[in-house]
Design a protein around this ligand. Structure first.
Ligand SMILES: Nc1ncnc2c1ncn2[C@@H]1O[C@H](COP(=O)(O)OP(=O)(O)O)[C@@H](O)[C@H]1O
Ligand SMILES: [Mg+2]
Length: 310
């Protein structure tokens, strides 16, 4: 539309100018200088990213990520799950599906993000990290720009993304945890698991004091046991690290979990009334009750990881 601003009365012309200016501002600025990460429009929607990790392996991260993802999807959220556990990537086992491509293919420009996604139960979109995170530092800037732009597009299509990062304080896990806006750390009541969870919280506190850190105690005998484990962790984290961690909740030890793994059918679907499923629903309640004011976004977490890797 072309408007001859000079031919209309002055106040009207001013109004038109403002209108046109507003329209310009809302248009996403997609073209950056070469080598410059693409500028993000001010109010663009962003995915809420939950980085899930544990100090010790085998504490129930993958089962939690999958079933919590399903619980959130059942509430009408558009959910993504990023399997970023290099060592024991086993979302495929829990879900009985194997994403054929991963972030490495996206970073190399061979696949689009949407092409590496596999649709799971309740429409949860599952995608795999592969060694993509290790490769970030070695990828040509041109590919990185395109990758970040792709993630920003995804930010508009996904409300929440759970990242299963794996166990321990190795580089792969810490790169996600250090860049996280919201970290969820899983432990069991077992002393070795709690010690390792504290070790992970300690590493996080060195680089990422701004993160919201929430604890899940899995395989508890009772909710009271879980709360007591959390309170001990909270006290030492506050005293020795100056970090205030939050309680997300506890999940009881429940035979339906192992059965669900054997059947490759998540217990949220096969046993929605089990103790474990009800506990997962409570975790979803707590999470949805307190979203961050401005979610980090998938573009945001990867950009921060890139910044930290340089
Ligand atoms: N709440 C629970 N009750 C009983 N068994 C559980 C529970 N959570 C996990 N498990 C068992 O622990 C095993 C490891 O869980 P998984 O989610 O693969 O852990 P991680 O991803 O931390 O290695 C599962 O195969 C399952 O049998
Ligand atoms: Mg796992």
């Amino acid at each position: 539309m072309s408007v001859n601003v000079e031919s209309v009365p002055r106040d009207q012309a001013e109004k038109l100018r403002q209108l046109m200016a507003g329209r310009e501002e809302r248009r996403p600025r997609l073209l950056g200088r070469p080598g410059q990460l693409l500028a993000e429009p001010e109010k663009a929607p962003r995915t809420r990213v939950l980085t899930v990790a544990s100090g010790k392996g085998g504490v129930g991260k993958t089962n939690l990520v999958v079933n919590l993802g399903i619980a959130l999807a059942q509430r009408g959220l558009r959910v993504g799950i990023l399997d970023a556990d290099l060592g024991l990537a086993n979302i495929d086992i829990v879900l009985g599906m194997v994403p054929p491509y991963n972030l490495v293919h996206v970073l190399r420009g061979e696949k689009a993000l949407t092409e590496i996604m596999v649709r799971g139960p309740e429409g949860v979109q599952v995608f795999a990290g592969g060694s993509g995170v290790y490769e970030l530092a070695n990828v040509a800037q041109w590919h990185l720009d395109r990758f970040i732009a792709g993630l920003r597009e995804l930010d508009g299509e996904m409300d929440i993304c759970l990242i299963d990062t794996g166990a321990g304080v190795g580089r792969q896990v810490m790169s996600f945890v250090d860049a996280a806006q919201e970290a969820v750390i899983i432990t069991t009541p077992e002393p070795t698991a709690v010690t390792d969870a504290y070790g992970l919280v300690k590493m996080l506190s060195l680089h990422n004091q701004e993160a919201t850190v929430r604890i899940v105690v899995n395989m508890v005998e009772s909710q009271a046991e879980g709360k007591a484990v959390f309170e001990r962790l909270r006290a030492v984290s506050h005293r020795f690290l100056g970090l205030d961690i939050e309680y997300l909740g506890s999940v009881e030890r429940d035979g339906v979990v192992a059965k669900a793994v054997r059947d490759q059918r998540p217990f949220m679907i096969s046993n929605p009334h089990s103790r474990a499923a009800q506990a997962i629903q409570r975790l979803a309640d707590v999470l949805t009750a307190r979203p961050p004011a401005r979610p980090q976004g998938l573009g945001g977490i990867f950009q921060k990881m890139l910044r930290l890797s340089r």
